[in-house]
Ligand binder design. Structure first.
Ligand code: URA
Length: 235
């Protein structure tokens, strides 16, 4: 058994060792050199959410065989939209008609012919613009899309706009204009005047189907399109 003096000495030595070890852990100067500390673990972080908007292909894939509203029951093909994914100019119609439903492409029936004529007269190729509709499935009998159908489909149109980021949007007719701008203002009030969607200039104009029935109104759409072309620097 150690005598009291030795015991005190032993205690002192132990306290000194513990103190040095403690300083060593803190990394103070003068502390004994420690074994290299293990590299700190790389923090495990969830992958940062991708900042780029979804591509048109991704949006199409997300829609899939869409059954988010009742229109899927009567449609033949979903009409997603078509054109350049980097279009400066985007047209938005109301919804597919009979011909579009058959072909799965927007504006390929009589209204589409008139739109094609307009594009040609403006010196625009159809492939360089983007053409989409508010609803992607044909409302039976060409009736107007109902509010629940618009509500189900509008998020996809908005994603398409986000993916394309056109410089100018042209809304064709009342339904497209009111849906995109979330307004109940009549087309007669909005047509031909610059509006805005998410900072993108929007020009509401007549729907080509309306112009087929009232050809005298075509001049107004022509004038609206002159404003659009000027805005794009393509007079
Ligand atoms: N009318 C529309 O609104 N969209 C089409 O695609 C065809 C006709």
């Amino acid at each position: 058994m150690a005598d009291p003096e030795s015991a005190e000495l032993l205690l002192l030595i132990r306290q000194l060792k513990e103190s040095l070890a403690f300083q060593g852990r803190l990394g103070w100067p003068g502390a004994p050199v420690r074994a290299a500390a293990a590299a700190p673990e790389t923090p495990v972080e969830a992958p940062a959410p991708s900042s780029h908007p979804p591509t048109l292909e991704e949006i199409r894939a997300e829609m899939g065989d869409c059954r988010r509203c009742k229109l899927w029951r009567t449609r033949t093909h979903l009409v997603f939209g078509e054109g350049s994914p980097t279009a400066e100019l985007m047209f938005i119609g109301e919804g597919p008609g009979a011909e579009e439903d058959q072909q799965g492409r927007p504006f390929v029936g009589p209204a589409g012919q008139l739109l094609n004529n307009l594009l040609a007269k403006l010196g625009l190729r159809r492939e360089e613009v983007y053409i989409a509709n508010v609803v992607k499935s044909r409302p039976p009998g060409n009736r107007e899309p109902e509010p629940d159908e618009i509500a189900a489909c509008l998020p996809f149109l908005k994603k398409q706009i986000e993916a394309i980021r056109p410089r100018v949007i042209v809304t064709l007719g009342r339904v497209a204009t009111q849906a995109l701008l979330e307004t109940t203002a009549p087309l007669t009030k909005l047509r031909g005047t610059w509006q805005s969607y998410q900072g993108i200039p929007v020009m509401p104009t007549f729907h080509p189907s309306y112009l087929l029935r009232f050809p005298r109104e075509r001049l107004k759409t022509w004038e609206d399109m002159q404003k659009v072309m000027a805005r794009l620097g393509r007079t």
